[in-house]
Design a protein around this ligand. Sequence first.
Ligand code: NAD
Length: 299
Amino acid sequence: MTRPIGFIGVGTMGGPMTRNLLQRHFPVTVFDLNREAVEEVREYGAEAAASCADCASRADVVITMLPSSPHVEEAVLGAEGALAGMKPGSVLIDMSTIDPLVTRRVNEAVTARGFRMLDAPVSGGSIGARDATLTIMVGGPEDLFEACKPIFEALGRKVIHCGDVGMGEVVKVVNNLIAGVSMAVVAEAFNIGVQAGADPRKMYEVISQSSGQCWSLDRCLPYAGVVPEAPVNNDFAPGFMVDLMRKDLGLAMSAAQGVRAPALLASVAHELFGAASNLGFGRRDMSAVQKAVEALTGD
Ligand code: NAD
């Protein structure tokens, strides 16, 4: 069943995801504060709405793909938010990476109005969004998860039900803690090797086949001309922005605090991504964390 979809937030991820839904014959109406982003998806057949509420009023399923918790609260619960326009029987799916506590708060407001909600953050980056190969981790009622599966299958390759509302976010935040720390350590390790005279091509050849191999190395190695698809070869065009990774490491730290668990590596990586942001790389790919490592290196 191709139910009409309202898609709020058509940026790096939401844009290509909208395109994939249109390709699978879902009618999609979009809203984004950035008009250029809206124009891009209109070219692929999306309708444009005037506000989040207007977007929701034209859909059975409202999807949000927004930067962080305050954006989701504003776009859903704000005066012109999606909740103000949702029709009886409509469903909200938040696919942004946000604080699981905010997810539960939004869910309370949504269910208080008689609607239902899933959280469904994603992994796989802009390439996964483009190729519909995302991993999607879903929290919320199982029957609603099953009913929405055709939508998820239009966007990703692995769709996993993780538990109650908010549990998709918990799993996502934990995943990104691993991705952020491993990105930072790839930058740190390669910097040491290069400073000590090693050729980054040789290091990659060895490490990609050794125990140091990881996703951040294979996709985002911050040395030009080694990994062809790596953002460094395109002036660190994102990809996944430094500021978004910094946000996610902050989310991991507050999740840890909530359960009295340590987040030692999260806090070091958080500082390093913060430094990269302060150096002007906040909106560049997360692999630009290498610039912070470089700035801390002596002659
Ligand atoms: P982005 O900044 O490229 O896109 C977000 C869009 O939301 C922008 O176009 C912005 O104009 C719009 N927006 C912000 N507030 C709005 C509002 N109130 N109403 C309507 N539109 C609004 O970010 P992105 O990279 O697409 O990331 C979106 C989410 O996906 C984030 O939570 C991020 O952590 C997560 N994510 C991103 C990646 C990635 O590789 N980029 C990967 C996995 C998960």
